[in-house]
Design a protein around this ligand. Sequence first.
Ligand code: ADP
Ligand code: MG
Ligand code: ZN
Length: 489
Amino acid sequence: MSSAAREDGLAKYEPVIGLEVHCQLLTKTKLFCGCLNRFGDAPNSNVCPVCLGLPGALPVLNRHAVTLALRAALATQCAVQPRSIFARKNYFYPDLPKGYQISQYERPLATDGFVEILVGGEARHVGIHRIHMEEDAGKLLHEGFAWSGEKSGVDLNRAGVPLIEIVTHPTLRSPEEAHAYLDALRSILLHAEVSDVNMEEGSLRCDANVSVRLRGATLLGTRTEIKNLNSFRNVERAIHHEIARQIATLEAGGRIVQETLLWNAERGETVSMRSKEDAQDYRYFPEPDLPPLVVDDAWIASVRATLPEFAAAKRRRFVAEYGLPDYDAGVLTESREVADYFEAAAKGSGNPKAASNWIMTELLRALKDDARPLSEAPVRAEGLAAMIRLIDAGTISGKIAKDVFEEMWTSGEAAEAIVKRKGWTQVSDEAAIAAAVAAVIAASPEQVATWRSGKTSTMGWFVGQVMKRMGGKANPKVVNALLQKALEA
Ligand code: ADP
Ligand code: MG
Ligand code: ZN
């Protein structure tokens, strides 16, 4: 579809997107048994009667998995339900030995939160509808084995691994917003140490629900659900594709069928997998082998006390506490490492805005040039702070400071040692500067006459002459003042 046709379509129709994210929790063991939760082991080596669904085996809830789910819930501002219920979701598939998945349905662990994203510099809340706990299914092995031509294998190491499912309200309005939400959510889950959020290893998986409706309409259109999205980039591409397909279908007089689609990344298109199931197809009913999950206030409080500060809160604090512009705060909180570096440099120098400027320009540029991570920067926050203190004390000029920074970066030396070794100390001593001023005036009778006739715009030339005599180290304020005095005399 041409971009003009796409724009026409978007002028008439509004896309509506809701995302369901499955996230594996970073536990040692599975959700209802003691088997290891570990990626990459030999197939079917981490299994037991519980996760194999053998008759008579009973599940026991992993407390640490609940704690991690609570971390995710609190980090996304959800309300934790004091009592949630596990339910059986019944369906048949070869990777599901019990014939049902233990999940939460009517009474999920947490509801009504949000994740803050930035859209064109503006903060926006993406509403979280619910977060519930469930167990993962096993994995079918269709390729890569000698027997792959004739049959498929089943690896049940993953069966029973703890998951949370995070479901948004249908409030996302573009593929780019969906991508921004996923980036923000991944950063939260990673920093809260809930999951390693690795899409290649399947510890983060995303399904996208997409519909379109006429702009101004209040009812939602019929949606499709896209599965098999193995990267955030593909989530974005698939949603773009599906929006265009739905608009074209409606414009041609057709209607959207509620169905589940598979994304084919190589061909850049979706294929129909099955008509969308309804909740009633799963015959959900409360899990008889597990009591209700009760979370008391003390448990919530202890989890809350160990949560880190997340990017959005940090951004606001940097503006309030350090008086930074929104822009600076946004750049500095993009990664936790940069934010920590900034805070150390701001505190060490006593000059937050200068610290922010040096980090956003010189430091980030130098890291990029060297393709190094911040952890390997030869200039540490304390070193940068010491250099800023030299500028603020008038020991070095802001101009010389750039050279000092370069030298710190390549030699790893402290600013003060470099300034001493190179003799870069700014000269504020009036007698030395006055001597240079006198020498310049004595050597330039013509220029002095011009200045005295009223062409005072030549001041810059005089400053340059004095600076040249002093090797660029004279304090420019003092130079200006003494020149003014001498020329007026
Ligand atoms: P299910 O579990 O059957 O997939 P849910 O009602 O839990 O259904 O919704 C799943 C996701 O689909 C949620 O993220 C929700 O916001 C989104 N969604 C629901 N209706 C629509 C719609 N008409 N258009 C786009 N997304 C939708
Ligand atoms: Mg769904
Ligand atoms: Zn097991």
